[in-house]
Structure formats: C-alpha cells, structure tokens
Write a protein that binds this ligand. Structure first.
Ligand SMILES: CC(=O)SCCNC(=O)CCNC(=O)[C@H](O)C(C)(C)COP(=O)(O)OP(=O)(O)OC[C@H]1O[C@@H](n2cnc3c(N)ncnc32)[C@H](O)[C@@H]1OP(=O)(O)O
Length: 231
C-alpha cells in the first residue's frame, strides 16, 4: 500500500483519537518538519536571549499554533514584559513532533532539553515545573513487529495529562496514556508508567508513590523575603 493513498483527514482523526494510523504520510511528515523548524527558531532565541519576551511568546505561539492575539504593546519594555509574566516559559532547546497538540496552562516552566512526542494531546496544568531533559511520549508502536513494519506500518498513541502544580525533577519520562494528578512531585530520573493520584511524591522506574504531600496554607503564606527595599 502506498502511504500517498491514505485519506489524510481520516488518518489525522485516528492519530488524535489514539487509534492506529500512519505517521509517514506526506502531510504528517510536513507537519513534523514545520514544528522542527519553528521549534529551532524558538529555541535559538530562547537560548541567546536576544529578543524581548513578547517576541519569544510570539515564537512559542507559532510552535503550538496558538493564534490568540497578544495584548497591545505597553508603554515601557518593562511593563510590556510584565504582560507575559504568566505565559508558559520553555527554555530551549525544545523539541516536539507537532506542537499543536501541546496544551500548557499559565505559569508553566519547562527547563532545557525537553522532548514532546505529541501525536495525541499532552496537557500540562498551571504552575507545573519541569526539570531538564524530561520527555513526554504520547506516541507508541505495536508490539508485534509484523504489524509495526518500520516506517510503513501503523502506530498509535494515547494522551498524557499532567495536573496543576506538579514538579518534575530532571530526566523524567512519562509514557503514553498516563494521567498525573494535582500537586505531584516526580523524582529525578523517574519513568512514569501508570496514573498518579493527587498530592504524592513518586520516584523510580517504574515510578512508585513514596509519600503523600500535606498541602499547606495558600501560597501567599510562604513568601521569601527578597523584595528590594524602596530607595
Ligand atoms: C524545574 C526544575 O528545573 S527541577 C531542577 C532539577 N532538580 C531535580 O531534578 C531534583 C529532583 N529531586 C528529587 O528527585 C528528590 O529526591 C525528591 C524531590 C523526589 C525528594 O523527595 P523526598 O520526599 O524529600 O525524598 P527523600 O530525599 O526523603 O528520599 C526518600 C527515599 O526516596 C529515594 N529517592 C529520592 N529521590 C529519588 C529519585 N529521584 N529516584 C529514586 N529514588 C529516590 C531516596 O533515596 C530515599 O530512599 P530510602 O528511603 O530508601 O533512603
């Protein structure tokens, strides 16, 4: 069967739905290339720090294909930067398959070298912090090599959901179909293979709960005293 004969609309529907589909069709190859190019441009400016925050948010929105208009430019560069204080902050290098299946909430931070195989949606809840070298793999392949059939065979996927207020240490891997609750800490180097409930610490490969987290008073109660004294 030629991959060119596949109905691109139905194929794409199957990809997002987590059903078997073909990923080496011309349209999906082009979509991945678009994301690589947009991600490279974003990463380059993220690393060099040579553009204002507004431009970086614009480049990020291009990666994830978010067409929401940015707010009007503020009076000063500082005030303009403040407009984007809650925009997701992703340090380059960053790599994803499609970009448009990434759904990040406000105030999310992703440290450098993250990898996102977003054949299905990958949702990251507000205020979640992600350490360096973390990978989120929504994509999967058939276990039977006869079905898998290299680049000619079908592949699958399952969405990943990360709740609000989570923290991932460095070098974590999250597998397809995993839902992680609110306020979870994932220890460095963990491989999360199964769903994780709210407010626990998980570590290891496969990640296991090592303790529950007692949630404190609202965040404002914990303030580090670093505000400069008025001159
Ligand atoms: C957003 C960013 O950029 S993040 C910056 C990068 N920073 C990091 O990656 C740091 C990540 N931190 C960790 O992994 C920490 O170990 C934490 C947060 C999971 C520690 O959690 P705590 O609840 O304080 O665990 P604690 O240190 O008491 O250890 C409890 C047990 O778990 C084990 N453990 C702790 N972390 C890990 C881990 N990542 N993997 C495997 N085992 C671990 C400990 O060895 C200990 O085992 P023991 O009971 O047999 O002695």
């Amino acid at each position: 069967m030629s991959l060119r004969s596949i109905d691109p609309v139905e194929n794409r529907r199957r990809m997002l739905a987590g059903e078997l589909y073909y990923s080496f069709t011309p349209d999906l190859v082009a979509d991945r290339r678009r994301c690589k190019v947009a991600g490279l441009e974003y990463s380059t400016h993220s690393i060099s720090g040579d553009v204002p925050r507004r431009k970086l948010v614009e480049l990020w929105n291009a990666v994830v294909r978010d067409t929401t208009p940015l707010p009007p430019v503020a009076a000063t560069p500082e005030e303009d930067e403040d407009l984007f204080v809650d925009a997701p902050w992703v340090d380059g290098p960053f790599k994803a398959d499609y970009g448009f299946n990434l759904k990040f909430g406000p105030n999310v931070y992703v440290n450098f070298n993250s990898t996102w195989l977003d054949t299905c949606t990958i949702t990251v809840g507000a205020r979640t912090l992600i350490g360096p070298n973390c990978s989120f793999f929504a994509a999967t392949h058939p276990i039977d090599p006869a079905v898998r059939n290299g680049t000619r065979g079908p592949e699958g996927g399952k969405p990943i959901v990360v709740g609000e207020d989570c923290w991932f240490g460095g070098n974590c891997i999250v597998l397809p179909g995993v839902t992680i609750g609110r306020g979870v800490t994932v220890g460095a180097g963990s491989v999360v293979t199964k769903d994780v409930p709210d407010y626990v610490v998980v570590v290891g490969n496969p990640a296991k709960v090592i303790r529950k987290i007692e949630v404190g008073e609202p965040k404002a109660a914990v303030q580090v005293d670093v505000v400069a004294a008025p001159k």
